[in-house]
Write a protein that binds this ligand. Structure first.
Ligand code: HEC
Length: 154
């Protein structure tokens, strides 16, 4: 009888550990959350027809702008370039809704997050959870602690 109830308890705790595992799997990651969102809202101007690198865009900014294209951000490696380093805080400054910006205005990419305010807020939340520490600081001002908080899970 005792053995049986021990077995039962073990089974219950096993099931609980599985569900804890599941919640962890729900953590916002690039592959499950950000990539589909990016492909729906951003890839049109930041995909394979855009400047291959940030520096290539800067060298010929007018050319790319006249095509309505920005710089590529359609892979994990390209996108994280705009989070912690080297273009520190860029993604956060551009996507912020104005609550954290110096002038209180939304970043100029915020509008692309959705066609309604509800949708924009919902998608901003996903980006925020993915980044972790939503800092708008540039490389010169960012601290080691701020950097540690940037998660951008693959
Ligand atoms: C209609 C085209 C278009 C769409 C859609 C678009 N962008 Fe952009 N984006 C641009 C262009 C062009 C630039 C470069 C000019 C500028 O700095 O505003 C840019 C610049 C940026 C930058 C700044 C890079 C830097 O540091 O100079 C970031 C970050 C960015 N976009 C992120 C996004 C994200 C994320 C989305 C989707 C939510 C998005 N963009 C949607 C056209 C677009």
């Amino acid at each position: 009888m005792i053995i049986r109830s021990i077995k039962f308890l073990l089974m219950i705790s096993f099931i609980f550990s599985l569900s804890a595992f599941n919640t962890q799997a729900q953590e916002v990651s690039y592959r499950t959350h950000i990539k589909p969102l990016f492909d729906a809202k951003c890839v049109f101007c930041h995909g394979k027809d855009a400047a291959p690198e940030y520096y290539a865009f800067k060298e010929e900014k007018d050319k790319w702008m006249s095509k309505g294209q920005g710089m590529r951000m359609d892979t994990y490696s390209h996108l994280i370039f705009y989070t912690a380093w080297p273009d520190t805080g860029s993604l956060m400054r551009r996507l912020d809704d104005g609550k954290n910006t110096k002038d209180g205005k939304p970043g100029n990419m915020y509008q692309h997050l959705g066609s309604t305010e509800d949708e924009r807020q919902k998608n901003l939340k996903i980006f925020k959870e993915w980044v972790g520490n939503w800092t708008l600081k540039r490389w010169q001002e960012i601290t080691k602690e701020d950097m540690n908080g940037i998660k951008v899970k693959y």
